[in-house]
Design a protein around this ligand. Structure first.
Ligand code: C2O
Ligand code: CU
Ligand code: CU
Length: 517
């Protein structure tokens, strides 16, 4: 593997970067460098991925029962202690365990029912991020589950195959709970044949990326850095695995990547510098694979990528320096200058006899994919503008009792999101999958031409989104839209929309700038 590139020069003291002295001490005295992702100090280049030997954990698939035509699942939120790093326990939270949650799978057309029990000592919720469903089933702060209680969500899955996820959404406490590990995947399937790897845990691999904080030296939990985008850890874990290694039995693997970090962005790249292929964005499969050599994933975004894995070569999936569009100092505290090793991938020549290996797995890159048609722009009913401040949307912070935006159910709107602050943000809308129409008034790059529910918006940037809203009118129960940098969200960078039957054109306090077409 080639690792001959050096990170770009940096100016100023990097707050979480481990100094060369600590780095050398770490190697010499402890045999570790103190971080699951490694920070290469200035001018350094090392083949660090070779330290990654812990087998990648695969979140179990959640069992379900079919009862009266419904697929029924059970989740329980727990707190506990988890040895996230060998020898070091962290205070964690999870679903059906003390860290992360099982993978939920359901097919398009199925009626699902999920019973969620709160065994925490604080209120929580279970939000189905990316799901198109009635607002009362969405698990927002309005569907709070008190300690000891069980809340049940039920809906019909009716959207294209996608990698969605679930996480808590308690008012003001989302960063805490997600940061401690409350996150799981929710995969949607359908009956149509798909020419992509589909064997869960074999060639269809979940990759849930979170950052945690270790004290330098690596023996105790540490304190995250406070950055303009939120709290930044110094150690990356994948599916809860420290320094993970995935040993592939096939030459083509689909990785379903979720950035479940509260603030940190990752700029994905392969150590070989070879292209990987993006085959799905947040809400579904693309019309054809998009070859990329890097991909920036902000919190809550998903990417399904195909990686071709040659025999007997180490490939390291890593995150490389990127530009979050802030000042250089803010970029650095926000982690944008870090080089992080995420996952080592190998494929041994002498393959162990694997009983579970299915007979025929796709080995080559598909030329086209069974994508679902994207919405056609013409039918836009209304255009709205949202301006992002440091922790505000249109100058306001979240008020549970204020519905900011009334949308006529079943219509498609154009939402223009303007990041007018010095901070990087992203923007997530509940209850829909949208498309990106423009980025700074120009057509979006290829990796943004699919279904999305969360879009990254650097400082000074403007995106226009085409947002098709569902027909689940319920004027009394709002959905959320917000920045998914969770510290910003908890600070109030969130607002509410409700779907109406169209009887109320403008709510009394709906003071957005609007233009009717
Ligand atoms: Cu991922 Cu409002 O949520
Ligand atoms: Cu959401
Ligand atoms: Cu933000």
């Amino acid at each position: 593997m080639s690792d001959d590139d050096t990170p770009p020069p940096f100016n100023g003291p990097p707050p979480i970067r481990i100094s060369r002295r600590t780095l050398l001490l770490g190697i010499g005295a402890l045999g570790i460098i103190g971080a699951g992702g490694y920070w290469l100090t200035e001018g350094q280049s090392q083949n660090l991925g070779s330290a990654f030997t812990n087998p990648l954990r695969i979140p179990p698939l959640l069992e379900s029962e079919l009862i009266d035509g419904e697929r029924v699942f059970h989740l329980t939120a727990h707190a506990g202690d988890t040895e996230l790093v060998p020898g070091t326990r962290f205070g964690t939270m999870g679903f059906n365990g003390t860290h992360l949650g099982p993978t939920i799978r359901a097919a398009r057309g199925e009626h699902v029912r999920v019973h969620v029990t709160n065994a925490l000592s604080m209120p929580t919720t279970a939000h189905w991020h990316g799901m198109i469903l009635p607002a009362a089933q969405d698990g927002t702060p309005h569907q709070s589950i008190h300690p000891g209680d069980t809340w049940t969500a039920a809906w019909t899955v009716d959207q294209p195959p996608a990698t969605l996820w679930y996480h808590p959404h308690p008012h003001g406490q989302t960063e805490l709970q997600v940061g401690r590990g409350m996150a799981g995947l929710f995969l949607i399937d359908d009956d149509a044949p798909v020419n992509l790897p589909t064997e869960y845990g074999i060639d269809d691999i979940p990759v849930i990326i979170q950052d945690i904080s270790l004290q330098p030296g690596g023996t105790q939990p540490g304190t995250p850095t406070t950055a303009p985008i939120g709290r930044i850890g110094n150690t990356v874990i994948i599916n809860g695995t420290y320094q993970p290694h995935f040993e592939s039995t096939t030459g083509l693997v689909r990785f379903r990547i979720l950035n479940a970090s509260t603030a940190r962005c990752y700029n994905l790249q392969l150590s070989t510098k070879e292209a990987f292929h993006l085959v799905a964005t947040d809400g579904g499969i693309l019309p054809s694979p998009v070859a990329l050599t890097s991909l920036l994933l902000s919190p809550a975004e998903r990417a399904e990528i195909l990686i071709q894995i040659p025999s007997d070569e180490d490939i390291v999936l890593r995150s490389v320096p990127h530009d979050l569009g802030m000042s250089q100092g803010d970029n650095i505290t926000s982690g944008a200058d870090d080089t992080l090793e995420l996952l080592r991938i190998t494929r041994p020549i002498t393959r162990r006899t694997d009983r579970s290996l299915p007979a025929s797995l796709p080995a080559s890159l598909p030329a086209s994919l069974p994508a679902t048609a994207l919405p056609q722009p013409p039918a836009i009913s209304i255009e709205r503008h949202f301006t992002l401040g440091d922790t505000t949307i249109n100058g306001k912070t979240m008020d549970m009792d204020r519905i900011d935006t009334l949308v006529t159910a079943g219509t498609t709107e154009k939402w223009m999101i303007i990041n007018d602050s010095d901070r990087a943000h992203n923007f997530h809308i509940h209850g829909t999958q949208f498309t990106v129409d423009t980025v700074n008034a120009t057509p979006p790059a290829a990796h943004l031409r699919g279904w999305k529910d969360t879009v990254f918006i650097p400082s000074g940037n403007t995106v226009e989104l085409i947002v098709p809203f569902s027909s689940f009118a319920d004027a009394a129960t709002p959905y959320m839209y917000h920045c998914h940098l969770l510290w910003h969200e908890d600070q109030g960078m969130m607002a509410q929309y409700a779907l109406t039957n169209g009887q109320l054109a403008i709510a009394p306090d709906d003071d957005e700038h609007k233009s009717h077409h």
